[in-house]
Design a protein around this ligand. Structure first.
Ligand code: SF4
Ligand code: SF4
Length: 220
């Protein structure tokens, strides 16, 4: 699903080839002499599928890349199937988890960190540091899939847009790409039932137009 960020409004991926190809493409770019920083973005299931081999190659050949593994603990794009990190399969079969952290550590990159991407300030700092460090850097952005999380816990807080404060700048959409937000008559609107309550969009609204919905009986 992260491959969708090749499109607007996120527009964060510059090349998109096939599942799990990012690390090998990044290695190829650097070996071919590309001078700028190269970031390979790969999901957890695709890392198991086709990311380990080129990571070994990058470490072995000392290729200067940053690998960002987006770990939502499932194969989200194809329908929320299990990954090798699970203990129980969809059919109830017991499994022995093979963790990405252990695999990455065993391969031995020059820098390795795990962050929660919703801890925005820490995540940005980790990525900035990684971009300026030499060698192979691996950052795992670890957070359960938002859709799966909603099945296992109730959303405690949802957000809405105060239309009187909204200036229609679309910063909330540009920064998050959240599918719960859309524009109507020049103002942002949040589909409350689709809001996961992460609060990220509120952080990016300079006009403080995005506010938490106060549950009935808890106002004051
Ligand atoms: S960032 Fe704030 S002001 Fe801008 S569109 Fe979103 S809600 Fe409106
Ligand atoms: S709080 Fe999170 S889930 Fe809700 S609209 Fe904002 S970005 Fe989307």
């Amino acid at each position: 699903c992260y491959a969708l960020s090749v499109y607007q409004p996120i527009d964060m991926l510059w090349t998109e080839h096939s599942m799990g190809a990012s690390i090998s493409m990044a290695v190829g770019l650097k070996v071919a002499g590309f001078k700028g920083p190269v970031i390979a973005v790969i999901g957890d299931s695709t890392f198991y599928h086709a990311g380990i081999q080129p990571l070994i190659e990058a470490v072995n050949k000392k290729v200067d890349i940053l690998v960002l593994i987006l770990d939502n603990n499932m194969v989200a794009m194809t329908g929320h199937q299990s990954t090798p990190a699970w203990k129980i399969s969809e059919s109830g079969r017991e499994m022995k988890p093979v963790l990405i952290e252990d695999l990455v550590k065993a391969v031995g990159p020059d820098l390795f960190t795990v962050v929660d991407p919703y801890d925005l300030d820490s995540a940005v700092k980790v990525l900035e540091d990684a971009l300026t460090s030499p060698g192979v850097k691996v950052v795992i952005a670890k957070h359960p899939c938002a859709l799966a999380e909603r099945r296992t816990r109730s959303v405690e807080r949802r957000y809405y847009v105060d239309a009187e404060l909204c200036k229609g700048c679309k910063a909330c959409i540009a920064a998050t790409g959240c599918p719960a937000i859309f524009m109507e008559s020049g103002k942002a609107v949040i589909v409350e039932e689709d809001c996961n309550g992460c609060g990220l969009c509120a952080r990016f609204c300079a006009f403080k137009a995005i506010k938490p919905v106060i549950p009935l009986g808890r106002g004051g």
